[in-house]
Write a protein that binds this ligand. Structure first.
Ligand SMILES: Nc1ncnc2c1ncn2[C@@H]1O[C@H](COP(=O)(O)OP(=O)(O)OP(=O)(O)O)[C@@H](O)[C@H]1O
Length: 305
C-alpha cells in the first residue's frame, strides 16, 4: 500500500480542519482526491508529505511515518504543490540539475533533455524560468517532481493553466508512469474530466471528512442502481411532505434533486408525491457519470446540514 490513512484528524488552532479522512492508494493506481473549495484536500496533502502532524488517526506513506521518516520519504516521492516556486533566473535545465543535486543525483545533459521533453518543455532549456507561462511552470513543476524517479507522485492541480493539448500531454505522461512504471499518483483536482480520464479510484471529501471512497467503476455502478431526477414543483418547501420512497438530495430554486431507490417504480413515487399534495411541473431524469456522482454527494451534504 503506498498511502494508508485511517480516521485522520487535524486541528489547526481551534479549527478542526480534518475530522475523518480515510484514503488508500495502491501501486500503479491514480487516485482522484475531490471536494469543494476549503474541503481539506491541500491540508490532507500537507499531512501526507509530513509538513503537518496529525492530531489523531493513522497515516502511513510507503510504509513510513511522514513526519518521523521525512528525509527517507522525500527521497522516494515527488510532489507538485499548488503554488510551485522556482529560482526565476535559472534555465529549466540548470534548475533541474540544482534540484537533482539536493537528491545527490547527477543527471547528464541527455537525461535532463529527456525529462524536459517528457513534460513537453523540449527546446526551452536556455530561457530563464522568469519568462515561462503558467502552463510551462506546471510542466517544469512536474519535471521537478519526477527528477528522483519517485514511487509515488502527489500532484495538486497538475493541469492548472494548461491548454487542452497540454492537458492531454500531461495525461499521457501520468498514464505512462502509472501503467508502465507502476508509479502511484495522488491527484488533487477540480477537473472531473481529468479524473474520469485518469483515475481508478476516488475519494470525495467535504468539511474535512471523507464522504465517499472507492473504485470509480464500483461507485458509478452503485450510483446507477438508484435513479436520480430533477423535479420542478409548485413553489414552497416540500421537505416535510416528501414520501419515504424518495430521497431529497438538493434544492436549486424551484428545482429539487431527488433519488428514487432502484426497487421503486418511478410512476408510483410520483403518485405518492401528488397524494402528499405536491404538484410536479417538470421531471428530468439525470444520467450517471462522475460529475453527477460528485454533485449528488456534495449537495446531499448541503441538504443534511
Ligand atoms: N493554518 C490554518 N489555520 C486554520 N485554518 C486553516 C489553516 N490552513 C487552512 N485552514 C482551513 O482549512 C480548511 C481546508 O483548507 P484546504 O486548503 O485544505 O482546502 P482545499 O480542499 O485544498 O481547498 P481548495 O480546493 O480551495 O484548494 C479551510 O477552511 C481553510 O480555511
Amino acid at each position: 500500500m503506498l498511502i494508508e490513512i485511517r480516521k485522520l484528524k487535524l486541528n489547526l488552532g481551534t479549527h478542526a480542519v480534518l475530522r475523518d479522512i480515510n484514503l488508500t492508494l495502491e501501486k500503479g493506481h491514480i487516485y482522484g482526491l475531490l471536494g469543494p473549495n476549503g474541503a481539506g484536500k491541500s491540508t490532507t496533502i500537507s499531512v501526507i508529505t509530513g509538513l503537518r502532524s496529525p492530531t489523531d488517526g493513522s497515516v502511513r506513506v510507503l510504509g513510513l511515518d511522514p513526519v518521523a521518516d521525512s528525509l527517507q520519504l522525500h527521497s522516494r516521492i515527488g510532489v507538485l504543490a499548488e503554488q510551485a516556486g522556482f529560482y526565476e533566473w535559472m534555465s529549466a535545465g540548470d534548475y533541474l540539475r540544482w534540484v537533482a543535486s539536493l537528491y545527490k543525483i547527477q543527471p547528464d545533459q541527455a537525461e535532463i533533455a529527456q525529462l524536459l521533453s517528457r513534460v513537453g518543455l523540449e527546446g526551452q532549456s536556455p530561457a530563464p524560468i522568469a519568462t515561462y507561462s503558467r502552463g510551462m511552470r506546471q510542466r517544469l513543476g512536474l519535471a521537478r517532481a519526477l527528477i528522483n524517479q519517485p514511487e509515488l507522485l502527489i500532484l495538486d492541480e497538475p493541469t492548472n493553466g494548461l491548454d487542452p493539448r497540454g492537458r492531454r500531454e500531461i495525461h499521457d505522461v501520468l498514464l505512462d508512469l502509472s501503467v508502465n512504471h507502476g508509479v502511484g499518483i495522488l491527484l488533487c483536482t477540480h477537473l472531473l474530466d481529468d479524473v474520469e480520464r485518469l483515475c481508478t479510484r476516488i475519494g470525495i471529501i467535504a468539511e474535512g471528512r471523507t464522504l465517499l471512497e472507492g473504485s470509480i467503476a464500483d461507485l458509478l455502478s452503485a450510483q446507477r442502481a438508484a435513479v436520480r431526477y430533477r423535479l420542478r414543483v409548485e413553489s414552497g418547501d416540500i421537505t416535510q411532505r416528501i414520501p419515504d420512497d424518495i430521497t431529497l438530495l438538493a434544492r436549486a430554486g424551484d428545482w429539487w434533486h431527488v433519488e428514487i431507490a432502484s426497487h421503486v417504480e418511478p410512476a408510483s413515487a410520483w403518485r405518492k408525491l401528488l397524494d402528499a399534495g405536491i404538484q410536479i411541473d417538470e421531471i428530468h431524469r439525470e444520467g450517471g457519470g462522475l460529475e453527477e456522482l460528485y454533485l449528488s454527494v456534495t449537495e446531499a451534504k448541503e441538504v443534511s446540514r
